[in-house]
Ligand binder design. Structure first.
Ligand code: NAD
Length: 500
């Protein structure tokens, strides 16, 4: 029997060749087969990666902005050139369809392009004559070694929200990607190598809680960026900050889409179906609740049903597939369990994907699109983040009831409103207590030059991720007050310095 290949840690500019002491299976979600094993780091291996990053940080922080930018430009070119290979790795391990995988790579590229502007982004400020012949200025300096811990659903893009900016700022990086789809992290680390990044500036350790806990307590790690589910985000934030680290921890979501009766219903139906079932609902910005105001549901649901009936679910490598499988069997069964619970709790199942079979892929982790009507806030399908192709419609009488429902929800990642009334949209953007808002746009993921982040249980910490918030998170400011010696400044004065 052929032995499955092992995906190993990437430390100090190369893949570790030692056999892994611990490992876990990596599946192809479309076939259900184990296609590889991934090494699971021990605390000693995490220490090795941090030590490599620490040594590299002593020189990388002194590398000129021009040289750092050159590496990032080269990396950008390589990711662009290899986007189809990256997309294929994504599809093989995550399951998402090729077009979606290419979209992920391209959203990651935007952040690399943003990081290429680091010379401008990291400029400090200067004030002349804050007091007579005294000048003040601020500079931004790197933190040292920073770590990123990332989820399974965007194995290329989410790490790219972090390491290009952190590295551009002069930090070195230890990435702990999801153990479920680990290959892309190594592939990109190798591209960074080819782009001229010195060994140790970007390391990848694979693993689980063991690796994460070591990063959280390691004295040479200065900051942690985390993206994943809310309970783990909260744990990361609390543990990391307890160990004196700067932490940004982005959590889960329950994204609502309000549809007002005046909306363009064809557009709203396209948007709800695309944003609910794209990537099999495994997106933190997926729409999972459609809040229909007045009679909107009666118009919208039939239009959604028409579209759902035409969706092609299959292996992501098949160019005709629009929706792929879920990440693994346990998750597929958990999501199907929510559909059972929704029926038991009294919601009306108007599209049932539970019995879907994909011909030739009978062992894949597929679940067809499911749509519920008459979902109410006490049901588990409303309360929990399902993270699968299950969309619920709730019916409310007024806009005020809709906004009250959204603002009472503990999650606050993304939200959307569909309406042709500019005044209603403006009122909504002002009143809604959610970090990212779409107006007739269902998945309002900000461009790289804005920052990404939710509110409430969707983000722990003070900084959103990437954009200017990213630069601020990965640097600390130093304020300098300077005066050049002049005889007229001589003389002892025990008073507190004041401006003159
Ligand atoms: P997860 O929280 O299970 O895992 C995220 C990371 O944490 C992984 O690297 C994993 O190995 C690690 N981890 C898991 N359990 C841990 C533990 N007990 N202790 C320490 N580390 C642990 O998330 P997931 O299932 O990989 O990803 C899906 C979740 O991520 C969803 O909740 C989704 O909403 C969220 N997500 C959020 C955003 C965002 O920007 N807010 C983006 C993408 C995904």
């Amino acid at each position: 029997m052929a032995t499955a290949k092992t995906i190993n840690h990437w430390i100090d500019g190369k893949a570790l060749e030692r056999a892994a002491e611990r490992s876990t299976d990596v599946f192809n979600p479309a076939t259900g087969d184990v296609q590889a094993k991934v090494a699971m780091a021990t605390p000693a291996q995490v220490d090795e990666a941090v030590e490599s990053a620490w040594k590299a940080s002593l020189s990388w922080r002194h590398v000129s902005l021009a040289k750092r930018t050159k590496v990032l430009f080269a990396f950008r070119q390589l990711v662009d050139k290899h986007q189809h290979e990256i997309a294929k790795l994504l599809t093989l391990e995550h399951g998402k369809v090729t077009a979606d995988a290419l979209g992920e790579v391209n959203r990651g590229l935007e952040v690399i392009e943003f990081a290429c502007g680091i010379a401008d982004l990291s400029k400090g400020e200067y004030s002349e004559n804050v007091s007579t012949e005294v000048d003040s200025y601020s500079i931004r300096q790197p933190l040292g070694v920073v770590a990123g811990i990332t989820p399974f659903n965007f194995p290329a893009m989410v790490p790219m929200w972090m390491y290009p900016i952190a590295i551009a700022c002069g930090n070195t990086f230890v990435l702990k990607p999801s153990e479920r789809d680990p290959s892309v992290a190594n592939f990109c680390a190798e591209l960074m190598n080819d782009a001229g990044l010195p060994p140790g500036v970007l390391n990848v350790v694979h693993g689980d809680k063991v690796a994460v806990d070591r990063l959280l307590e390691h004295p040479k790690v200065s900051a942690i960026s985390f993206v994943g589910s809310t309970p783990i985000a909260q744990y990361i934030y609390e543990t990391g900050t307890k160990h004196g680290k700067r932490v940004q921890a982005l959590g889960g979501a329950k994204n609502h889409m309000i549809v007002l009766p005046d909306a363009d219903m064809e557009l709203a139906a396209d948007a709800a179906v695309s944003a609910g079932y794209g990537s099999a609902g495994e997106r933190c910005m997926a729409i999972s609740v459609v809040v229909c105001v007045g009679n909107a549901a009666d118009q919208l649901i039939p239009l959604m049903q028409e579209r759902i009936a035409k969706l092609k679910v299959g292996d992501g490598l098949d160019g005709s597939s629009e929706m792929g499988p879920l990440i693994n069997k346990a998750h597929r069964d958990k999501v199907a369990g929510y559909v059972d619970a929704g029926v038991a709790e009294g919601a009306k199942l108007v599209a049932d994907g539970r019995l879907l079979k994909v011909s030739g892929r009978e062992n894949g982790f597929f679940l067809g699109p499911c749509l519920f009507d008459n979902v109410t806030p006490e049901m588990s399908i409303y309360k929990d983040e399902i993270f699968g192709p299950v969309l619920g419609v709730t019916r409310v009488g007024t806009y005020d009831q809709a906004i009250q429902m959204i603002n009472s929800n503990p999650y606050a990642n993304g939200v959307a409103i569909f309406t042709n009334d500019g005044g209603a949209a403006r009122k909504f953007q002002h009143e809604v207590e959610v970090g990212m808002v779409g107006i007739n746009v269902p998945i309002p993921v900000p461009m790289a030059y804005y920052s990404f982040g939710g509110w409430k249980a969707s983000l722990f910490g003070d900084h959103h991720i990437y954009g200017r918030d990213g630069v601020h998170f990965y640097t600390r400011t130093k304020a300098v007050t300077s005066r050049w010696p002049d005889p007229k400044h001589r003389g002892v004065n025990l008073g507190f310095p004041t401006n003159k």
